[in-house]
Design a protein around this ligand. Structure first.
Ligand code: NDP
Length: 315
């Protein structure tokens, strides 16, 4: 049978390119878990994904209620779950003031981390039940959260501190919209959320890999400088960023190539090692990359897990 793959945020950029690449293998059916139903349908059509290879289901990660509803809808479809890809993200580098999710968490960490944390935790049961030979749970990471790289050292750097802002519920009612308890900074909030994504993948691996056989993985697909992720950036940045990445840093990767990379992590039989953060070298071959000190700190991963459980209502 076909492999059933749920991809969050498959209505544009990396998620859409991955859905297309997986569809082209002829062996996958993609559930496009998206907040904008019509946009997702249009995107699938424009990308030329055949109707029988995808289903659009509504998911707004900025609402925990919507996450729970998505899980219900998916279960009622009767389809098994073989692979979950947590891909959606928001990036608000120019925001002066914080904005919030339905439950009142700062939007970047609330969407990118907490929404996916609840989704992954709930769907773990469905993954366990699948009889597919290689079950996987993938959370898209990023170089920007890794302070052991050049890109990760561009200020403001990711830093979760002692997680006091997260404990306070990520809003200025109790403490601060930032995980470390500092002043709001949209670019930093995104980087922090990516560190959370990478820590969560490792904690899932430690807790569930042996027991369930599920492969947990994260990746940095390269700098996909033209995706919607940069839609909130100033126009000059959006003009200069792609050529800068192409010719200066040489970290540029097209949406199509990035989609192929993530599709490899979803379905390539040679990429089944669990607990790995994948990257690609200049010849586009995959390798196991090193995470920064903070993004691989097991103590922090555990603390993040326990606080996140409370915030999303699982503990
Ligand atoms: P895009 O903005 O093109 O795609 C992001 C997707 O997330 C969109 O489909 C968007 O939906 C969706 N999304 C945003 N908020 C929500 C929400 N509340 N609920 C459901 N879906 C939501 O960006 P990319 O393709 O670049 O980003 C995809 C992933 O790749 C992210 O995890 C990002 O961190 C990562 N990444 C990107 C890099 C890059 O250079 N672009 C580099 C490294 C990692 P909608 O279409 O409705 O807006």
């Amino acid at each position: 049978r076909k492999c059933i793959v749920v991809i969050t945020g498959a209505s544009s950029g990396l998620g859409l390119a991955t859905a297309k690449a997986l569809s082209e293998t002829g062996q996958c059916h993609v559930i496009m878990a998206c907040r904008n139903f019509l946009k997702a349908e249009r995107a699938a059509k424009t990308a030329g994904i055949p109707k029988e290879n995808y289903t659009v289901m509504h998911l707004d990660l900025a609402s925990l209620e919507s996450v729970r509803q998505f899980v219900d809808t998916f279960r009622r479809s009767g389809m098994p779950l073989d692979v979950l890809v947590c891909n959606a993200a928001v990036y608000l580098p120019t925001a002066k003031e914080p904005t919030y999710t339905a439950e009142g968490f700062e939007l970047s960490v609330g969407t990118n981390h907490l929404g996916h944390f609840l989704l992954a935790r709930l769907l773990l049961d469905d993954l366990k039940k699948s009889d597919y030979p290689t079950k996987r749970l993938i959370i898209v990471g990023s170089i920007t959260g890794n302070t052991n790289t050049l890109a990760g050292n561009v200020p403001p750097k990711a830093n979760l501190g002692d997680l006091r802002g997260l404990v306070g519920g990520l809003n200025d009612l109790n403490s601060s919209p930032m995980i470390d308890g500092g002043e709001f900074d949209g670019a930093k909030a995104y980087k922090d959320s990516k560190v959370c994504n990478m820590l969560t993948m490792q904690e899932l691996h430690r807790r569930y890999h042996e027991e369930t056989g599920i492969t947990f993985a994260s990746l940095y697909p390269g700098c996909i400088a033209e995706t919607g992720l940069f839609r909130n950036h100033i126009p000059l940045f959006r003009t200069l960023f792609p050529p800068f990445q192409k010719y200066i840093t040489k970290g540029y990767v097209s949406e199509e190539e990035a989609g192929k990379r993530l599709a490899q992590v979803v379905s390539d039989p040679s990429l089944t090692k669990s607990g790995v953060y994948w990257s690609w070298n200049k010849n586009s071959s995959s390798f196991e990359n090193q995470l920064s000190k903070e993004a691989s700190n097991a103590e922090k991963a555990l603390k993040l897990w326990e606080i996140s459980e409370k915030l999303v209502g699982l503990a």
